[in-house]
Design a protein around this ligand. Sequence first.
Ligand code: UP5
Ligand code: MG
Length: 190
Amino acid sequence: EVKKDVRVIFVLGGPGSGKGTQCANIVRQFGYTHLSAGDLLRAEIKSGSENGTMIQNMISEGKIVPSEVTIKLLQRAIEECGNDKFLIDGFPRNEENRAAFESVTGIVPDFVLFFDCSEEEMERRLLNRNQGREDDNIETIRKRFKVYMESTLPVIEHYNSRGKVRKIDAAKPVEAVFEDVNAVFASIDE
Ligand code: UP5
Ligand code: MG
């Protein structure tokens, strides 16, 4: 269990929907700490951890890393951080991630910020990103889309049926998307 009182928002949406871009804006405007599960996993590979090779193989296949690995990284980041409000970006990616995070950390998210975007637009963005991500090639991108549809959409549906999803039209330009994101956060009682 995480022993401090924290508020968590899950940020979900397909590969390239703009999760990382908008989280940076939210951090600047509203003082959250941004934890990207993908970034934590990529840092774990770089650190030379014993799980590094396994993680690298999963990411290049677009597969979901075992939840105990990801949850450990998220939990450590939460506990080591002085802040008490977090954006968890790109997690949970399947039902097992979701259930395990709740039971291991005892944390229930306030809500899910969901970036909705067409595959055509997401594919265009990922192929243009050019930041050297090993999974930004068309073969892996197609696999990421399939995993997203099959495993992550049901998680969003789980929260949607409980009234916990704030859906954003993420196909618009970055600034227009942030206006809508801003409206969601401005309406939260602090
Ligand atoms: N861009 C952003 N917004 C735009 C807009 N409105 N208009 C035009 N362009 C826009 O954006 C992507 C690109 O689009 C950028 O170039 C940006 O400038 C532009 P970004 O903000 O990076 O989108 P994001 O949704 O963050 O895309 P990302 O590729 O990071 O999403 P993924 O969900 O695919 O990647 P993630 O890092 O979360 O996961 C990678 C892999 O790690 C997974 O496939 C999986 O193998 C593994 N993983 C796990 O196993 N478990 C986890 O819990 C998490 C990850
Ligand atoms: Mg990202």
